[in-house]
Design a protein around this ligand. Structure first.
Ligand code: PEP
Ligand code: MG
Length: 739
């Protein structure tokens, strides 16, 4: 066995060997430090005293240019290149030809490896390949932390640098923990082959089983529809047969790599080049390619997922490019503290599920996968959208304090759980929670919600691979009802369309404005087959109990009558066949399309209850897309026009004795909830996490005083339209908690 070698000695030996193999007079290795400087770590041929003393910034000189572009430079006359910069301490003026390659690992540049010759020579493609391959070995050495001891005291290597990435806050909360890469980076340790032909055979057989797996996935029933799933897999199939890719892989093997190292190398080159591509479509396609390369690596190495769960740290923060909802549910909840995604939108299925499980999520954290290593410390701030990777200790301390503070608040809210929501001046309120999945249900008791004010039935459809069958729907509804016990549940019929897309259901020609399109009740009335299946499942699951059924996106009162006729037919059908029926059926409508504001009397007369969908009502009243972050904060819901509209609804509902709820996000913000309370909305339905804060605010409020102030402000159309500052002032003056 060889003696263990000191890192500097090992590095020196590597550069010496490269120089020999490539018949070069100079070989130097530069390592990227956290301060953006490339430090000379080893050289043969340049002045040895320059080692650890000579440095270039990213982008400076030839070495800095290679590092920032992540591309090789092959120059017969280095000094003629515009980026050439002479560093006197190295004594390199005698060398003319220059070949430098980036040291890459998982798409990140960790340093630069250079060879130089006195003679004017052009390095061949095979020499470029060979140098890139050796650079990969150096990349592993740096990533393994072997060179850390060589760095100047107080200066970290780039690899261990703290990184703050600003993404989008998609699910609220703060998580502190350690990185678990959802798709663990496969570390290729066996780099050099003994026999290229055997490796090419291994590659060919791995490629053919990869192609078979993809064909198999494509032929599976649940994706045999047209749709995005299919498109992605089709592009995987295309890539898996891509001749250019296979050629580059084989070339790398012929240059001495093992099959897995060749995949890693070709993928790494590709990833590094990709950082410059900004076109979102191309990037997405390249991500698919990345995914495919990982699958190929797993084919070559044999997968090892069985022991993953045991290795999961108790404070796991999942880091992934993207993730399916089902994949998230495979992780044990107790270990999860947060999720960071490179993709992800508020409507992604994984985000919907994470929110239901109260796991903070930050999405759109660009490049986070390549920057992270398993077990790195990481903080996910699902309030601001910040992700702190390998945080500095002061940042960590500040967040730990924040988490403790939030935990204390949570305890205070738990203490309020069984208290009724009564204002200081004795007005009763009813706080319900919004739900849509089974994983939501434990929160019904934990939050102290009086019931489920909105059960979004479409979520079951959104996270499924195909239309859930009637039995699956009935089973879910029954479980919800059982879990709720005596607490009431309001089921909303299917609200798909708009931003709620079912990948397996292409409803017709592409819509230019899906939010205004064929969706929700419109779809249910036009496709009674889908609607009736759901109604039957709901009626059967509610046998012997009250069924509260709510219709989404009602635009005209006539739609309620049409829906009621269908419901009645289903009731008759079930009763004819001797099925048990609900003891009472209460039919309600969502008020989320502005046209209904001008037909309120008829609306109130035709239903048992109305629930205001403030998310959609606000989007349509202000003509501002609810999912567009660019305009998200532009208009304030607590403004005179919107509050006037809501107050008019509350007054009309009261005059008719029709029960009224508001179930949009507005209900869950304590200050907004106070405003809603002040204009007369007594039933609010919100996310489970918001119940404690809203209750705490209501308990501390003298509502008559707030109502008088707010009413006066709403009437005064010469005063400011935005009521939020006034409500905040009121809360501050009266010591009402609202954070
Ligand atoms: C709303 O529009 O306010 C609402 C509660 O429904 P959703 O958010 O599901 O559209
Ligand atoms: Mg809505």
């Amino acid at each position: 066995m060889a003696e263990p070698m000191e890192p500097q000695e090992r590095l020196d030996r590597i550069v010496r060997q490269i120089a020999q193999n490539m018949v070069a007079e100079v070989c130097s290795a530069y390592v990227l430090r956290a301060d953006g400087v490339l430090e000379l770590y080893a050289t043969i041929g340049l002045n040895p005293t320059a080692v650890h003393n000579s440095a270039l910034r990213l982008g400076q000189g030839l070495v800095g240019t290679i590092a920032s572009a992540a591309r090789p430079l092959n120059l017969a006359e280095a000094q003629k290149h515009p980026a050439f910069e002479y560093l006197p301490e190295t004594g390199e003026e005698v060398y003319n030809s220059f070949l430098g390659v980036p040291i890459l690992r998982a798409g990140r540049t960790l340093g630069v490896l250079v060879v130089q010759n006195e003679a004017h020579r052009a390095y061949g493609d095979d020499e470029v390949e060979a140098l890139e391959t050796t650079a990969m070995v150096l990349g592993e050495l740096i990533a393994a932390g072997d060179l850390k001891r060589l760095s100047t005291a107080g200066i970290e290597l780039d690899l261990t640098r703290s990184v703050t990435s600003n993404g989008r806050a998609l699910a609220e909360g703060i998580g502190l923990g350690h990185v678990v890469l959802h798709e663990p980076r496969i570390v290729v340790t066996n780099l050099f082959n003994e026999d290229s032909d055997t490796e090419i055979e291994r590659l060919a057989s791995a490629l053919s089983s990869l192609r078979l797996t993809i064909d198999d996935m494509l032929s599976r029933r649940e994706i045999a529809f047209e749709g995005e799933h299919r498109d992605v897999l089709e592009s995987y199939r295309m890539f898996a047969h891509d001749k250019g890719w296979v050629r580059r892989l084989e070339e790398a093997i012929r240059n001495g790599l093992t099959a897995e190292a060749s995949v890693e190398k070709v993928q790494s080159d590709m990833r590094a080049r990709l950082t410059a591509v900004s076109d979102p479509y191309l990037r997405e396609r390249m991500n698919d390619f990345d995914d495919l390369a990982n699958r190929l690596l797993r084919e070559l190495l044999g997968e090892d997922t069985a022991s993953r769960e045991e290795k999961l740290p108790p404070d796991t923060i999942l880091v992934a490019r993207t993730m399916g909802a089902a994949e998230l549910l495979d992780y044990p909840r107790k270990n999860l503290r947060g999720i960071v995604l490179e993709d992800g939108a508020a409507t992604s299925h994984v985000v919907i599920v994470a929110r239901a499980m109260s796991i903070p999520v930050v999405g759109q954290a660009k490049g986070i996968v390549a920057l992270s290593e398993n077990a790195d410390a990481i903080i996910v701030d699902g309030l601001s959208g910040d992700v702190h990777l390998r945080p500095q200790s002061d940042v960590e301390l500040a967040y730990a304090e924040k988490v403790r503070f939030r935990a204390r608040r949570q305890q205070e809210y738990r203490d309020l759980r069984d208290k009724p929501s009564v204002t200081r001046d004795g007005l009763d309120f009813h706080l319900h929670m919004n739900a849509g999945l089974l994983v939501d249900l434990p929160q019904l008791d934990e939050s102290g919600a009086e019931g489920i004010g909105l059960f979004r039935t479409e979520l079951q459809f959104m996270i499924a691979e195909a239309f859930p069958r009637a039995e699956a729907q009935e089973t879910l509804y029954r479980s919800v009802i059982e879990a709720a016990g005596k607490k009431p549940v309001t089921f909303r019929s299917l609200d798909i369309g708009g931003d709620k897309i079912l990948p397996y259901f292409r409803s017709g020609p592409q819509e230019e404005n899906p939010a205004l399109g064929w969706r929700a009740i419109r779809l249910s009335l036009d496709r009674p087959g889908i609607f009736r299946t759901q109604l039957r499942a709901l009626l059967k699951a509610s046998a012997g109990r009250e069924l509260r059924l709510m219709l989404p996106m009602i635009t005209e009162v006539g739609e309620i009558e049409q829906a009621r006729a269908i419901v009645n037919r289903e009731v008759q059908h079930l009763s004819r066949f001797g099925h048990g029926l609900p003891t009472r059926l209460r039919l309600g409508a969502m008020l989320e399309v502005p046209s209904l504001l001008f037909d309120l009397d008829a609306l109130m007369r035709s239903v048992d209850f109305v629930s205001i969908g403030s998310n959609d009502l606000f989007q349509f009243l202000t003509a501002s897309d609810r999912g567009n972050p660019q305009i998200a904060a532009r208009f304030e819901p607590l403004s005179r026009p919107f509050l006037r509209a809501l107050r008019m609804v509350a007054r009309t509902a009261e005059a008719h004795g029709t029960s009224l709820t508001l179930c949009g996000e507005l209900a869950g913000r304590p200050l907004s909830a106070l405003a809603l309370a002040a204009i007369g909305i007594r039933d609010l339905s919100m996310s489970a996490a918001a119940i404690g804060p809203v209750k705490a605010a209501l308990l501390a409020t003298d509502l008559a005083a707030l109502t008088a102030t707010l009413d006066a402000a709403i009437e005064n159309d010469r005063g400011p339209s935005d009521m939020l500052p006034m409500i905040r002032d009121f809360a501050d003056t009266n010591a009402i908690p609202y954070s």
